[in-house]
Design a binder for this molecule. Sequence first.
Ligand SMILES: NC(=O)c1ccc[n+]([C@@H]2O[C@H](COP(=O)([O-])OP(=O)(O)OC[C@H]3O[C@@H](n4cnc5c(N)ncnc54)[C@H](O)[C@@H]3O)[C@@H](O)[C@H]2O)c1
Length: 360
Amino acid sequence: MSTKILVTGGAGYIGSHTVKQLGQAGYDIVVYDNLSTGIPQAITYGKLVVGSLEDTNLLAATFAEHNFDAVLHFAASISVPESVADPLAYYSNNTMNTLNLLRQCQRFGVKKLVFSSTAAVYGQPAETHITETTHPQPLNPYGSSKLMSEQMIRDYSAASGMKHVILRYFNVAGADMAGELGQNNPKASHLIKATCNAALGRTSSINIFGTDFETHDGTGIRDYIHVEDLARAHVDALVYLADGGESEIFNCGYGQGYSVREVIDMVKEVSGEEFTVIEADRRAGDPAAVVAVSAKIKQMLGWIPRFNDLRTIVHSAYAWEKRSKALTVVPNIVPTAMPTNVISMETPVTKEQQLAVAAS
Ligand SMILES: NC(=O)c1ccc[n+]([C@@H]2O[C@H](COP(=O)([O-])OP(=O)(O)OC[C@H]3O[C@@H](n4cnc5c(N)ncnc54)[C@H](O)[C@@H]3O)[C@@H](O)[C@H]2O)c1
């Protein structure tokens, strides 16, 4: 019998890339997503329960119907500025809903969890190269909401014997190399996506915040990880837990940084387009350089990055943004008898169907 996995937020950017790799590896997948930023067309395997983690009745019914071997928890709100403007919404959707999920893991005896955390938990560390033991000190409610979730997971694991893997993602970028999936969240304001949209003439310019950092070209340096490599880390984490691995935290990055200017230049080169670049002041709290030390995940999970190259990342992101208005995914999904709020992915779902189901 195949391993049954609950994937919260599986209709979103990183979740959908992971679902595809899980499906290809033969896992039996149930996605639980309220479609607040995700879209059902992005789910290429398994089935979809449309609902929020706030809805504890639906969540419990989903756990009761399936005997999950493990949970992958992606669902969250992800905008730092939005979290500063409305912190309670972030503590509610990210922290409280993680608690709701853990309660169901407790009730139904699920013993394995992989959690999507973020380099934002580290805040503005003194050192450039960040290890998993770097002291976490988030600078915004988004980072705090994730660190609090991590703490709950650790405490619950210690009390219950559940084993978890916490993956702290650095700057996730790029798109499915087969061109089927990419970033659909309109609130995503990540540099590579925003710069591709400037190249496509969808925005008038791109800002560089700070040109006087102590870096080789004065602009901030970040560690960009291709979304397919990140998805693979989740599959590796599941294998690790299935093999009896202990609870661990892993950084997800390449251990190599690129400056904002290098990213912008690469988008210009890949797209062949010119666009306006505005040099603005630094933003409060932006560190000069943040790069993951990724030795631990390579060593313990056997994770092997395949797309560790800025050109590949930008190429896939640009190709996706260019054709993102014409999303055509052919899902490989096996429908089964389902309650009314479960969408069979046998055929692509129309916007009207989505809205009808979401409203039901
Ligand atoms: N994108 C990044 O660069 C990045 C970096 C670090 C960490 N992360 C983390 O990765 C995870 C996935 O991020 P993403 O970039 O794919 O974002 P996304 O917005 O594309 O995906 C989030 C998914 O969760 C769903 N969702 C949100 N709230 C929900 C709720 N209450 N109930 C059910 N579903 C809900 C959304 O509809 C969406 O499908 C998040 O936990 C995020 O904090 C992302």
